[in-house]
Design a binder for this molecule. Structure first.
Ligand code: PEP
Length: 245
C-alpha cells in the first residue's frame, strides 16, 4: 500500500466568514483529485467550513492542547475540534514552536491528544537556515521526529510535514536533492520505529506554489504538500491540487 497522498492548506491566522466562499472552487478540484484535500482554517471557522465543504474536502485545525480539558484559558482541545467536524490537526508548526515556545515534548503530547480523539496529527518539523548551513539538517530532523511522534502513532493517524523554516513564506525552496535527502531520512527513521512507517504520508511544506508543485511532487518520498499562503485563494490552491499525479 503506497502512502496516502494529501494536499493540505494552512490558513494560519487569515480568513473570515467571507473567505469560506473559496471552498466551493477547492471542493470542485478535490472531486477529481488524485489526493485527499484538506484545509485548516483558524479554529473559529472549522465548524462553518465543515458545513460549507459538505464532505467534499477534509477540514482540519492548526493546533490543539495536549490535555483533554481543564484550566487552559484560550486553548482548544482535540475533542472540541473533533466535535466541530475536524478530521486532522496540525501540531508543532514552526510558528507555534517559535511564538509559543513549544518543545518536542509539548508537540508529542498534542499529537497524542489528537490520536486519542480520532484526529490525524500532522506533525511539523524542519531546520533553521543556520542549522542547514552548519550541516546539521538530518540530525535536527531526526531528533525532532524522535521527540515529537508519540507512542501509538501509525500511518493511519499520523502525517509528517517537513517544513524548512527558512522556506516558509519566503519564496525560497530547497532543491530537489535536499528535499529528497530529508524525506528519505524521515522514511527510514519511521520504518525503523513504526511497523507501518513505510506508509506514513510525508508532506513537503515551504513556499509551494502552482509553478513548483509538480516538480516537488515528483521527488521520491514526497506524498503531498502543506501549503500556507497559496492555500488562501482557490485560484492559487487548485493548480497545486491538480499537479499531484
Ligand atoms: C506553512 O506555514 O505551513 C507554509 C508552508 O507556508 P507557505 O506555503 O506560505 O510557505
Amino acid at each position: 500500500m503506497a502512502p496516502r497522498r494529501l494536499v493540505a492548506g494552512n490558513w494560519k491566522m487569515n480568513g473570515d466568514l467571507a473567505a469560506l466562499d473559496q471552498i466551493e472552487g477547492i471542493a470542485d478540484a478535490a472531486d477529481g483529485a488524485r489526493c485527499e484535500v484538506l484545509v485548516c482554517p483558524p479554529a473559529l471557522l472549522v465548524h462553518q467550513m465543515v458545513a460549507r465543504a459538505a464532505g467534499r474536502i477534509r477540514v482540519g485545525a492548526q493546533d490543539c492542547h495536549g490535555n483533554m480539558s481543564g484550566a487552559h484559558t484560550g486553548d482548544v482541545s482535540a475533542q472540541q475540534l473533533r466535535d466541530a467536524g475536524a478530521t486532522h490537526v496540525i501540531v508543532g508548526h514552526s510558528e507555534r514552536r517559535a511564538d509559543h515556545g513549544e518543545t518536542d515534548a509539548v508537540v508529542q503530547a498534542k499529537a497524542a491528544a489528537a490520536h486519542a480523539t480520532g484526529l490525524v496529527a500532522i506533525i511539523c518539523l524542519g531546520e533553521t537556515e543556520e542549522q542547514r548551513d552548519a550541516g546539521r539538517t538530518l540530525e535536527v530532523i531526526a531528533s525532532q521526529l524522535a521527540g515529537s511522534v508519540p507512542e501509538g502513532a501509525t500511518a493511519a493517524n499520523t502525517v509528517i510535514a517537513y517544513e524548512p523554516i527558512w522556506a516558509i513564506g519566503t519564496g525560497r525552496v530547497p532543491d530537489a536533492a535536499q528535499i529528497a535527502e530529508v524525506h528519505q531520512k524521515l522514511r527510514s527513521d519511521l520504518a525503523a520505529r513504526l511497523s507501518d512507517g513505510g506508509h506514513v504520508t510525508l508532506l513537503y511544506g515551504g513556499s509551494v506554489k502552482a509553478g513548483n508543485a509538480a516538480e516537488i511532487f515528483a521527488i521520491p518520498n514526497v506524498d503531498g504538500a502543506l501549503v500556507g499562503g497559496a492555500s488562501l485563494k482557490a485560484a492559487d490552491f487548485v493548480p497545486i491540487i491538480t499537479a499531484i499525479s
